[in-house]
Design a protein around this ligand. Structure first.
Ligand SMILES: Cc1cc2nc3c(=O)[nH]c(=O)nc-3n(C[C@H](O)[C@H](O)[C@H](O)COP(=O)(O)OP(=O)(O)OC[C@H]3O[C@@H](n4cnc5c(N)ncnc54)[C@H](O)[C@@H]3O)c2cc1C
Length: 387
């Protein structure tokens, strides 16, 4: 008999889970509260551990059509432009980690995922609760039953509290500025994905849509969290003030954008509890993290792959295996992302020298050392993730 799954949330995690489960023969229904899958967010990076899974799901070539494969990743100082390290990617990434490292617009990734989903998608459906026996309750009072409920309902997940107990998302003391700018409006922006570092803030410039669009993210430490919504429009003057004295590549990009979004960055402590009966957490609902390793969506894609492969046999044993395979790895990514954020935000000449000096030395004298750092994340394959 065909087994059924309800996936709550049609973000990157929910869509990837729905596709993976459907490919394993499950009858999948996605329940999404939004009335339409609108274009939200901006560019994101999908590292080789994610692209190798998308390849297995049959979606990589479609994604490559709309992505940009940067020739390198660089770290530079935000005020002087001085290069700390240069790490060739593209062919080097494919060779070392077995898959491309791609930069994509989030909306393009959602389109590709949506085109790969064959099951039922019900928009405008808000889930209010799920029970351990596999029932979900909708805001209109309807109850639906399935063999498994996948709670992929994001950072402010309603279902998380039922599975993991009450814990509130914590404001990390950082906000993100985010915009995209057509290529013909900006000049002298490196083709490399570039991290611009400075005291208590950093920025990223990376190309998406085959190089037609520049993506900008600026993360700034502040006590002012403001409102939290994907579509909160910010004031460019505030963004320019946050990056006063920084290189033209950062300031001109902010000035050239039609609009800039601003929203607070939240995360949560890792939870050991991902499963409650037949309800499983996935993606940001399980492991929201600061974006400084560019792994939130990629880890959600890993979750999706592992979950579907764990559920080939007995469901309850499979869910336990899913939790035990995913929890330690994602907790480590959450913690390392926080450490990375602090590294990009070093203040003071001594702290900066202690952090960036070894990186400059490695870039000059032992460039291969730069690749070993992300090995534990990027080298994972669809097969090793199951071990
Ligand atoms: C500035 C920034 C940069 C980032 N850069 C990267 C990057 O480069 N690489 C990367 O991998 N990650 C990146 N991330 C993280 C990434 O965007 C998230 O981790 C990822 O989008 C999470 O996907 P998700 O599907 O788990 O959740 P979401 O995308 O939040 O999706 C949750 C879905 O559930 C729906 N929903 C919520 N509640 C309900 C309900 N009760 N009923 C029905 N539906 C519901 C929502 O409407 C939404 O569609 C970045 C994040 C930020 C903030």
């Amino acid at each position: 008999m065909t087994r059924s799954a309800i996936v709550v949330g049609a973000g990157i995690g929910g869509l990837a889970a729905a596709i993976s489960l459907h490919q394993h023969g499950w009858d999948v229904t996605i329940l999404e509260q939004a009335p339409a899958l609108a274009e939200v967010g901006a560019g994101i990076q999908i590292s080789p551990n994610g692209t190798k899974i998308l390849e297995r799901l049959g979606l990589l070539s479609a994604l490559e059509q709309v992505a940009f494969e940067a020739p390198a990743i660089e770290l530079r100082m935000g005020t002087s432009g001085r290069r700390v390290f240069h790490m060739p990617m593209a062919a080097a990434a494919r060779h070392r980690w077995g898959g491309p490292h791609l930069n994509v617009h989030r909306a393009d990734l959602v389109d590709v995922l949506q085109s790969g989903f064959q099951g039922t998608m019900r928009l405008g459906q808000t889930v209010t609760a799920a029970t351990p026996d596999g029932q979900v309750l909708l805001a209109d009072g309807t109850a639906l039953q399935a063999d498994v409920i996948v709670a992929a309902d994001g950072l402010h997940s309603r279902l998380r509290a039922q599975v993991a107990g009450p814990d509130t998302a914590r404001f990390t003391g950082n906000i993100a500025w985010r915009c995209t700018v057509p290529a013909d409006r900006v000049h002298n922006i490196p083709q490399a994905t570039t991290i611009w570092a400075g005291p208590r803030r950093h920025a990223i410039t990376n190309w998406i849509r085959g190089g037609a669009l520049l993506n900008f993210v600026g993360i700034v430490e502040t006590d002012d969290r403001g409102a939290e919504a994907w579509d909160r429009v910010g004031d460019p003057a505030d963004a320019l003030a946050d990056f006063a004295g920084w290189v033209p590549q950062v300031r001109d990009t902010i000035r050239s954008a039609d609009q800039i979004l601003r929203w607070p960055i939240y995360d949560r402590q890792p939870t050991p509890l991902w499963i409650d009966g037949r309800v499983a957490l996935l993606g940001d609902a399980a492991h929201p993290m600061v974006p400084s390793m560019a792994q939130g969506a990629v880890q959600a894609i890993e979750d999706a792959w592992v979950l579907a492969n764990c559920l080939n046999g007995d469901i309850d044993a499979g869910l336990q295996r899913y939790q035990s395979l995913r929890q330690p790895r994602t907790a480590r990514v959450q913690q390392t992302s926080l450490k990375n954020l602090r590294q990009f935000h070093r203040s003071g000449i001594f702290a900066q020298a202690a952090t960036y000096g070894p990186m400059i030395a490695a870039s000059l004298f032992a460039p291969k050392a730069l690749y070993t750092r992300p090995d534990w994340i990027y080298a994972a394959t669809p097969d090793t993730l199951m071990k």
